[in-house]
Design a protein around this ligand. Sequence first.
Ligand code: PLP
Length: 396
Amino acid sequence: PFSYTPPGRNHLFVPGPVNIHERVLRAMNVPGQNHRDPWFAQFFKDCLEDSKLIYGTKEATPFIFPGTGTGGWEAALCNTLSPGDKVVCFRYGLFSHLWIDMMQRLGLDVHIVDRPWGEGADENILEDILRKDTEKKIKAVCVVHNETTTGVTSDIAGCRQAMDAASHPALLLVDGVSSIGALEFKMDEWRVDVAVTGSQKALSLPTGLAFVAASPKALEAMKTAQLKRVYYDFADMLRTNPSGSVPYTPSLPLLYGLRESVRLLREEGGMGAVAARHHRLAEGVRRAVEGWGLQLLCKNPRWYSDSLTVIETPPGVDSNRVVALAYAKYDLSLGIGLAQVNGKVFRIGHLGNMNELMLARAAVLGGQHSRDPHQGEPRGVRGAGREGEVDVWKRG
Ligand code: PLP
């Protein structure tokens, strides 16, 4: 057990939770309030309207649930599908694996398309699967847009094209947990049917809200979907939200934070400018990694993620120790490698509230230590690897 508190300020570079802007922190600093008082209705309608910005949608219906990205996954599936429905999902990291695990536990019949970790959703494979489904038994195509395990971004527009090329009517359900609000996301243009994210990712809020948006086609599917749903039932939201009320107690601080966070995105120039910043920062990190003489887990530039960078440590260097040392020496929080790449990679998250000067702080580690993680090792760090986290792979 490791109980050393490093001096100085924490430097947070995990791909969620992310750094929270001071303005957002201040906006959330409110006393207890009653969401049944008259001011709430317009306030909440504004929250819903604001949230549309990050999806790139005018047509979809936004929902804000208490929860996290995992709750958003459940909402997407339960509101649109029935037990035994056939769905297709690519698996190329821990998060796509866990979403598939949820699908199976809900009783869906999942066609799993395994891809190497470091690659994304192959549109040709998808088109081929859909073309072969002549009876149109597949009800949904599920894609993790940005796989946070590997630093890989798939091409949702390309997946939509594959679906169109196969003239397939399946729903397109997208996990945008580490993409929406950071990377280009065009829900209407790509005809995404359900999109999901969580407050602690690019929106740069504390954890606690699941953001979900549903297309008119998804809401139509809801009418016949038979999977059981209670807490994440769209119907309860659709019954209450239009008048600005909610079916259960909302987290008002998080909603105040949301309004401020969206205000910041607008002030920056909107989602185009935000995506451009993420690209610029990510490119800087990729070039730094090259300068350090290290390799990305993702080899093909077509899959490069602008949300986070996943870096391989050289053979014989345990990446858990790199992460532990970064924390012990600099109060630098990096992401460990998850599941089968634990010990082999570390992750630098650069999504959300981040700028060039902040990001430069992550460079001390790569420059000095990733080749020799024991250099300058402070007291207490030995044995501080977090191998136990590998167990999340076995959830369920
Ligand atoms: N999907 C992706 C791509 C993620 O990165 C995460 C979490 O990191 C999740 C889903 C699960 O989200 P949560 O931990 O908010 O439930």
